[in-house]
Write a new protein. Structure first.
Length: 408
């Protein structure tokens, strides 16, 4: 395995910041997020060369854009399928996201999608727009009264919503639907304890996605793109869908097969598809409602996401603390005194022994040490009494299996 070069951020004594961190941004990051970084300790913007961190939204980040200087990546949003997470892990770079920060915005758009998919709102608006040249008010009213039967819809109260994926967004969608008088069923084989706590006990648990598809009048998808979820909604699954159900996808384009949706609509298996990921071949159909990817595009969500991701980057750059990373274990330690080393390594036996041996050889006393693994990697925060010299950091970096070392 090839190890990346040392990432060496110091040395500077705790409480005496002498390093100015640089953060490179992609996309429009809300100014409130940028303002998290103290102007005298950080330089932030799209033009930063050799940055310590990257802060981005949906920009598809290429490995070549992640310079050797990069120590952390922050996604101001939920999905990280635009970041090469595996190669970051191998390089000892944590990838942070902002779980829940845009959940309310997405939930509100799903609510709109449910209503737009149930009532003749859009065709009704389009019809009225066509009457702009009609000047006689009475004639217009008469015509509209006569034609309104064409725009009749149904109510969502009493209907069943199936929510696939009950994380921060899915659980809010489920609770919202209950408050609108819907019956809610849910499926999530990997539900976290926090998500389960957030979820109303009125949400009926389904044991399989097929069972959910067979029972729901509306299905809302709230899943990340993973190997296991790519094209999850495919021809086979759609065959077991309850007749005339409508599918809402405000999660990711890749989890749904566009061809399978078109086929199921054409065959009358499903009655509608509502999504913020238009796909060629779907646009213009009456049974499809498509919009740009605007689930998280609200003032509030953009601020929440930018602030959350910026704070996570800041705490990692300054203290090595890890909160809301998708590839590093959560690990935090308050700063008290002394110096802090952080070490990333592959998760194999005797790594910790090799690391502490280097410290012992150099007569460095450990004040506090946290070690946690996640999958194939492990992360250590080590507070020490004496200031490690550059040669200590070099010796730690040279240990086989160590992928990154920082002195903070
Ligand atoms: C997310 O993953 O949080 C959403 O897809 C939002 O994406 P955006 O930051 O591009 O709006």
């Amino acid at each position: 395995m090839a190890y990346t070069p040392l990432t060496y951020a110091g040395p500077f004594k705790y409480g005496e910041k002498i390093t100015v961190f640089s953060v490179k941004t992609f996309n429009n990051i809300a100014p409130e997020g940028i303002a998290v970084f103290d102007k005298k300790d950080y330089s932030v913007g799209p033009e930063q060369a050799g940055p310590d961190a990257i802060l981005l939204r949906s920009h598809k980040l290429q490995e070549a854009e992640i310079d050797a200087s990069v120590k952390a990546i922050g996604r101001a949003g939920a999905g990280v399928n635009n970041v090469p997470v595996d190669s970051c892990t191998a390089r000892g770079i944590p990838v942070f996201n902002a779980p829940g920060a845009n959940a309310n915005a997405v939930k509100e758009l799903v609510m709109a999608g449910l209503l737009l998919g149930s009532r003749g709102i859009i065709p009704g608006i389009k019809y009225v727009d066509e009457l702009a040249s009609l000047e006689d008010n009475d004639a217009m009213n008469k015509l509209l009264e006569q034609e309104k039967k064409r725009f009749k819809g149904g109510e969502i109260q009493g209907k069943t919503l199936g929510v696939v994926g009950l994380g921060a967004i899915g659980s809010q969608v489920a609770n919202m639907a209950l408050s609108m008088g819907m019956n809610v069923i849910g499926y999530d084989p990997a539900i976290s304890i926090e998500a389960a706590w957030r979820l109303s006990s009125k949400v009926e648990k389904m044991n399989s996605i097929e069972a959910l598809f067979g029972k729901a009048d509306f299905i809302s998808l709230h899943l990340p793109v993973l190997d296991a979820t790519r094209d999850l909604v495919n021809e086979k699954l759609l065959k077991v869908a309850k007749p005339n159900c409508k599918i809402l996808n405000f999660a990711r384009a890749e989890i749904v097969s566009g061809e399978a949706i078109i086929k199921a609509l054409d065959a009358g298996i499903i009655a509608g598809y509502i999504a913020d990921f238009p796909k060629p071949g779907m646009i213009g159909r009456e049974d499809v409602l498509l919009m740009p990817h605007i689930g998280a595009s609200t003032e509030e969500a953009e601020v929440n996401c930018a602030v959350m991701a910026a704070k996570e980057l800041q705490d990692y750059l300054e203290n090595g603390n890890v909160l809301n990373s998708v590839n590093f274990p959560p690990l935090s330690l308050d700063r008290t005194s002394g110096y802090r080393l952080t070490v990333c390594n592959i998760n194999v036996p005797s790594m910790l022994g090799s690391i502490t041996a280097v410290l012992a050889e150099n007569e460095i006393n450990v004040i506090d040490l946290l070690n946690k693994s996640r999958g194939d990697m492990a992360y250590n925060i080590i507070d020490v009494e004496q200031q490690p010299t550059e040669s200590v950091v070099t010796a730690l970096t040279a240990i086989e299996g160590v992928t990154a070392v920082r002195l903070l």
